[in-house]
Design a protein around this ligand. Structure first.
Ligand code: ADP
Length: 275
């Protein structure tokens, strides 16, 4: 058994067959150590969600292996048990049950795993405190803001103390302040609960708040990068921006207007270099 929390070996997923076949994952070999906080980035359709689904045993590879917490997912005897106890999922849309209160929603994954209702409630109340929503235990989802609902979804993902938390665009549906709070919360949970977290995101700021960025393209991991100092991160963002692309390949892409995001990065860089 390896020491990795996640290990994929020649992981390939092909949807469909013949001429219309889509290689959603193409020979992905990646390892993640216990306790890491990893962002998965890349353009739409590059295979991020497919990878996340494979890691959570929500889908089967076409070939190759996925190991999570010492288990070869193809050989699992109890897939539901694995999903319930080893992995916690957070989706872009929180999927809370509308007729259950915040505390009851957090208790759902504990049904059948924690026998005593009192213990389930105690754990839910503890998690509500962890995510800063203890006073909202008896609120229904529609009585909470989008950011608060996402906090409840995170608490629910942690219900059974999973070793791995998988988050697919968890800030995608939120305004930027709530998004920042969710991120700070994920970072905190990574430190305090020791959970390994893999988060799919389009947002460069999200990625930079993690420790490592996997960049995907056409079903492959094309870059595996440790997040370092902010200056280098900004330079890197610029290098991978449209502007960076245009400067490198002026013939393919004629110079367009600089986007507000690129302008902000450039301004920050210039200000810093002039200090
Ligand atoms: P991302 O999350 O990076 O946007 P996905 O993992 O959702 O990308 O998809 C990767 C590729 O696989 C895309 O080309 C997508 O259209 C295709 N794909 C994903 N799920 C299915 C499916 N169930 N059936 C057929 N094609 C799919």
């Amino acid at each position: 058994m390896s020491d990795w929390l996640i290990e994929t070996i020649h992981l390939t997923k092909i949807y469909g067959s013949g001429e219309t076949a889509i290689r959603a994952l193409d020979d992905v070999n990646v390892t993640v150590a216990p306790g890491e906080f990893v962002a998965i980035m890349g353009p739409s359709g590059c295979g991020k969600s497919t990878l996340l689904n494979m890691l959570g045993a929500l889908d089967q590879p076409t070939s190759g292996e996925v190991w999570v917490a010492g288990e070869n997912l193809a050989k699992l005897k109890d897939v539901d048990g694995f999903r319930a106890s080893t992995v916690g999922f957070v989706f872009q849309l929180h999927n809370l049950l509308p007729t259950l209160t915040a505390a009851e929603n957090i208790e759902v994954p504990m049904q059948g795993r924690v026998a005593s209702a009192r213990k389930r409630r105690a754990r839910a109340l503890h998690l509500l405190e962890v995510v800063g929503l203890a006073p909202r235990a008896n609120h229904l989802p529609n009585q909470l803001s989008g950011g608060q609902r996402q906090r409840i979804a995170i608490a629910r993902a942690l219900a059974n103390s999973p070793k791995l938390v998988l988050a697919d665009e968890p800030t995608g549906a939120l305004d930027s302040q709530s998004g920042d709070e969710i991120l700070a919360l994920l970072g905190e949970l990574n430190r305090s609960e020791g959970a390994t977290i893999a988060v799919v995101t389009h947002d460069r700021r999200v990625a930079q708040s993690t420790q490592r960025i996997l960049r995907m393209q056409d079903g492959r991991i094309v870059e595996d990068h440790r997040v370092s100092d902010p200056l280098e991160e900004d330079l890197r963002a610029l290098a991978f921006s449209k502007l960076g692309e245009t400067i490198l390949n002026p013939n393919d892409a004629p110079m367009q207007e600089v986007s507000p995001e690129e302008e902000a990065i450039l301004r920050k860089l210039i200000e810093r270099l002039r200090q």
